[in-house]
Design a binder for this molecule. Structure first.
Ligand code: NI
Length: 169
């Protein structure tokens, strides 16, 4: 189980480097991220969330080997004009959710763990999670998509809860 960094931690806003070495260390880190994702009951996790400033993320919508996606050095090639709302959360902003409007479909190119390039077209929940996780690689959190007033309200709420949590310990 890896530590998940949360709102206010600088690593979430840092610049992330492209992955150039596809070795066993990367595979082990990705495995640990999948374990962490299951443990945290999430659907996606990006490297900067576990303190690694590199451009990759994982997705697992259904909990199983066949539903696991690894996107390394992803590029979103196309997004649909059609948009849809969804109540988003983030393991780096635990306990808070807000509706975010994003394109319904995306076409994304990335590399897998062996460095091989692939392209997929995603719709619905998969498209949603890909966009959310890809944002993490650019230092963007879902609250950044809200208007200033809503974002500040969410941030205040988060820090207030965090402070309370610390006092309890
Ligand atoms: Ni997130």
């Amino acid at each position: 189980m890896l530590d998940i960094f949360t709102l206010g931690d600088e690593v979430l806003r840092a610049e992330n480097k492209k992955v150039t070495v596809f070795d066993d260390a990367l595979k082990m880190l990705v495995d640990a991220m999948f374990d962490t994702l299951v443990e945290a009951d999430g659907v996606g996790l990006a490297a900067p969330q576990v303190g690694v400033s590199e451009r990759f993320f994982i997705v697992d919508l259904r909990r199983g080997e066949d539903s696991r996606y690894v996107f390394i050095n992803p590029e979103i090639l196309e997004t649909s004009i059609e948009e849809c709302p969804y109540e988003e959360g983030c393991l780096s902003i635990p306990g808070l959710y807000h509706e975010v409007i994003r394109p319904q479909r995306v076409k994304v190119q990335a590399q897998d763990l062996s460095g091989k390039h692939f392209t997929i077209e995603a719709d619905g929940m998969l498209a949603r999670v890909i966009q959310h996780e890809n944002d993490h690689l650019n230092g963007i959190l879902f609250v950044d998509h809200l208007d200033d007033k809503e974002r500040e309200r969410m941030e205040k709420l988060f820090y207030k809860r965090q402070k309370k949590g610390r006092k309890l310990r």
